[in-house]
Ligand binder design. Sequence first.
Ligand code: NAG
Length: 774
Amino acid sequence: KTLQKTIFSLLASLLLVGCADKPKIEADYTVIPLPQEITKSDGELFTLNSSTKIVYPNGNDIQKQTAEFLSEYIKLSTGLNLKVTDQESTDNVIILKADYKSEKAESYNLTVNGKQIVINGSDEAGTFYGVQTLRKSMPADATQNTVVFPAVEIKDYPRFQYRGQHLDVSRHFFPAEFIKKYIDILALHNINRFHWHITDDQGWRIEIKKHPELTKIGSQREQTVIGRNSGEFDGKPYGGFYTQEEIKDIVAYAQKKFITIVPEVDLPGHMLAALATYPNLGCTGGPYKVWGEWGVADDVLCAGNDSIYTFLEDVYSEVIELFPSKYIHIGGDECPKTRWKTCPKCQAKIKAEGLKADAHHSAEDKLQSYVISRIEKFLNDKGRQIIGWDEILEGGLAPNAAVMSWRGMEGGIEAAKQKHEVIMTPNSHLYFDAYQTRDIQDEPLAIGGYTPIEKVYAFEPVPSQLSADEQKYIIGTQANLWVEYIDDTKHVEYMILPRMAALAEVQWTEPEKKDFNTFLPRLNRMLKLYDRLGYNYAKHIFNISSKIEPSSDKKIITVTLATADNAPIYYTLDGTTPTDKSTKYTQPIEITASAELKAVAIREGNPSKIYSETFSFNKATLKKVNLESQSHDQYTYNGAITLVDGKRGNNSFGSGEWLGFNKNGLIAVVDLDEPTEISTVSVGSLISAGSWIFNAREFTVLVSDDNKTFKQVANEAYPALTKDEAKLLDLTLTFAPVKARYVKVIVKNEQSIPAWHAGKGSSAFIFVDEIIIN
Ligand code: NAG
């Protein structure tokens, strides 16, 4: 403590210049997102004090508003109450203007000298982003300091024109006040589009004057399923919606922060809330219920019924009155064609419109495109452009549609080739409903997956396989937050922060200027601002992260540990709790036998969350494994060695520790290096029926000495799954001891999903991890 004090006063006196009574603290322009060009000069510093004025151009109300925001931001960080004025002045002023010449919209030039800070935007939005940069460059908690700004010239512009963040308010509802806070968070990250997913199966959340029943009935559900479609319900009615007055207020609020709200009324699927209100809009006539479960419902709008078009036109007419956005999102995702196939009206429509199946698309796919094109025409006539999820490619794209690519990048690539605008939002990198850590024991329930901040940061929205001309169609990128498992606003904040900081840099900063290593300390400063603003963010970056590299050649597992801020790490290998007396981590740890690694980072005497990883060795560990069946691309990670790396997969299927197979199941041969006596083989499996991951149906073990002729030593078949389940299950076969060098394991997946499941008839995934041989 005393040492700290001396260092502090030393620092303080170093910073103290002249007779200022508060210690000086310097602004740092390397904010998030990182500006494109920062040129520091040796000129005089600008000192912020209580008589600094913020000057906006006379008569410009928009700039006046931005000036007032800046004044609020400065107050929050420094406690100073700066005057906002349109009286020109040259000394001790922050000047806002918008006549910077730049090819790109939303650009700005920020210059600082001893007398002035000038933020000059290429347009008013540009000035606003300059203000955001200035605000973020100040230390977040500088009330006891004098903030000084080094002389600088910053030239900045956004890489992408469409920088989005989405929020689902149907599965759970968040009050209007929170939507404003959400917009503030977006603005802090230079995001300019808020994609508001405002209707879905589980609730209709927008007041439509012509159809008041939509919110009366469609915004309320009887109850909600517990967990991941467990089959059990909470028995509590749930609902909520936004009135048009609230929406207008929110739209205006967002506009002041240069955020355009892109509303989405999802059609023709994800419409149960509307069907529950108006059963005649569905193929079967209902009755329907506002859904209390998650997933994809078979009941969708009846494309053969002309009243759906009138209904949709009524709805969209009011939607476009409320939302000035050029882009209107019409959904288009996950619309099963089950009902349409057997619905006389839909079939009549297919005939009447002459829609025909071709090599790639069914007539029903074409019917979906017909619906989308009809709505597109309606909205185009009103001067708007539609965006749809990538499924709208399936029956042929509507002529002017922009595509939001969510099932990976492929849809976006295809759309760009067809010269349609694209927004990249792949669920592999930008679905913020996924877990942000592998260690999910203490995490709130999430949909699954594993999308840590470094993965978001590494995302590159422009596919290299597109030509330069095609690449121009990638107008931007966006992250999505679906809220099946998120029912309170603190949890919303936790899922988006700090991943949104990484997103901001993907959206704004040119890729060659991005660097995760410099991002982390910058993020550290941003987190202080989150603290100041009362945002609830995830703190995983302070945990110990690890890189685990098994090598079957060297027969060792190398474990590299790290923290974002290089805090010292201590560890044990015997399962005891590490302290600062334990072995200090100085170089990668080499594991050659069973061990329980525990590690802790210590900051100013405070221990971090304990990192732990168990390695258990058996006769198969670190042996060579040959996969004779192909694991699914998305679930292959480091490949075969994952199955013998001494580490067990946990209940998160996307953790990288599970290999997923969906064609022929798992067929693998383990080479034990020399003839070895064995009598038991087991394979770990993960079942998560909600994610189409089923149980194994059969397990066979064969042995061989030459890797050619195999002899079966054990086999067992398992019954089909009878209900929705999620669990870990070890498959084990024991047999009379035999000596063998090669062991073949065959684990068959479910070839035909049982009828109680949405995927009935299709083949299912199996997820397998450790192969254990003893
Ligand atoms: C998709 C659905 C969405 C769901 C989400 C969960 C899209 C376009 N559609 O299955 O309704 O909430 O994943 O991650 O994302």
